[in-house]
Design a protein around this ligand. Structure first.
Ligand code: NDP
Length: 380
């Protein structure tokens, strides 16, 4: 009861969030939120749909198993209705644990027949990065709405094809950017937008995690790159929603490889700097050979920061005036509930495919800047 209330209160508050994405502005989120809240007040009815929408998880790896499936036990607008897996040994355990009928179990070969299954409204792609495009496009062609994990794809061209496929099919596309549903991170966005501490001069964003040899994340073909694709994307996201602008230029330098076998195909670490039109700069660092998890903004009259910033739980915030007193929430449950609400009520998602495309453009520009040693201008 308490957590439901907290979630509602947060979702309401969060309707005011402010992130400028191509075609979708913070102002439009504000307006949308106000319209919905006033319609709700007038009618005295909840805006939630009557039926929980069915989600099928595609790829039953760590994130599906440890985060998304448990979160789907807490959602109110959607439920875990189906699974898609290439590993038959996983099926019985999932069927039993989540009460999934045989008719809602698919593999990668018969996946397209999901089009005939009315239990599945939304397909959630939780596969290695290079497979996101194919499965998003197949899901859209099967007439399903799609949530695709980050990074949206391994090329700009793929992102564009995914957006087009969903548009052509008249289906919604969202990216698994759970931190847009996380109150500490959205507090950073709010403090930046309201200029509570004055104009932001500098952002420092670090997301680093050690990785074991042999992971697909070290395989260029499946991952599309190294820690930048996997973790550095959180630095990009954090910098953009904190500053509240899209960057105009990026420079970058790849770090030295201390383990050339492990990092034979991808970078071990990379530093990059984003320049914003209002004069702010974001210094970002990501590595697969150390730990780090920070988002900090330095402004004219003070500073505000999260450390850790990007995890699933245990996030902590501070400002130059003291600690942030914010509770942690189930980010994935909020993210999926919000998308189900958007689908049911035909509202735009705050984390659309266009945002995923914008970020992949930035990631590709970071690699280009590191390769060329020169700043790369961005037109987003
Ligand atoms: P895992 O390696 O744990 O799982 C990936 C799953 O994809 C596998 O278990 C397998 O499932 C399926 N798969 C199909 N083909 C392949 C293949 N060729 N190689 C490897 N796996 C394959 O990865 P994660 O769950 O950690 O990550 C999946 C996606 O989710 C990534 O895009 C990642 O960036 C994203 N992610 C997002 C997070 C977030 O916080 N938003 C956190 C963690 C990951 P099966 O056996 O069922 O076929």
């Amino acid at each position: 009861m308490k957590s439901t209330y907290k979630r509602r209160r947060f979702l309401h508050h969060f309707g005011q969030a402010t992130i400028a994405v191509s075609g979708l502005t913070l102002a439009s989120f504000d307006a949308l939120s106000e319209t919905l809240v006033s319609a709700e007040k007038k009618s005295g009815k909840s805006i939630n749909q009557a039926r929980k929408l069915g989600i099928a998880l595609v790829g039953l790896g760590q994130y599906s198993e440890k985060q998304l499936a448990p979160a789907l036990q807490e959602t109110k607008n959607c439920r875990l209705a189906g699974i898609v897996t290439g590993t038959p040994e996983k099926i019985d355990k999932w069927k039993e644990k989540y009460n999934i009928p045989d008719k809602n179990v698919y593999n990668y070969l018969n996946f397209d027949s999901i089009k005939d299954n009315p239990d599945i409204d939304i397909v959630y792609i939780v596969l290695p990065n290079s497979m996101h495009a194919e499965y998003t496009i197949r899901a859209a062609k099967a007439g399903k709405h799609v949530i695709c994990e980050k990074p949206m794809a391994t090329s700009v061209k793929d992102c564009e094809a995914m957006i087009k496929a969903c548009k052509d099919a008249g289906k919604m596309l969202s990216i698994g950017y759970r931190l847009h549903f996380e109150p500490h991170n959205m507090k950073m966005a709010e403090l930046g937008k309201k200029k509570t501490y004055g104009k932001i001069k500098k952002v420092i964003a670090i997301d680093s995690q050690e990785i074991e040899a042999g992971a697909w994340r070290l395989d260029r073909e499946r991952a599309g790159g190294g820690p930048l694709m996997d973790l550095g994307i959180y630095c990009v996201q954090g910098a953009l929603y904190t500053v509240g602008e899209n960057p105009v230029s990026v420079s970058a330098k790849e770090g030295e490889k201390t383990d050339i076998n492990k990092f034979a195909e991808v970078e071990q670490s990379i530093d990059f700097q984003l320049e914003f039109p209002g004069g702010a700069v974001a210094n970002c660092h990501t590595s697969y050979a150390e730990q780090g998890n920070t988002l900090r903004a330095e402004a004219e009259k003070g500073w505000f920061e999260l450390d850790p910033a990007y995890g699933y739980d245990g996030l902590k915030g501070k400002t130059s005036q003291g600690d942030m007193d914010i509770e942690n929430v189930n980010q994935q449950a909020l993210q999926m509930d919000d998308f189900a609400d958007c689908v049911a009520n035909k509202k735009p998602t705050r984390v659309p495919g266009e945002m995923g495309l914008r970020d992949v453009k930035i990631l590709m520009a970071v690699y280009e800047a590191a390769r060329s040693g020169k700043p790369v201008p961005l037109k987003l």
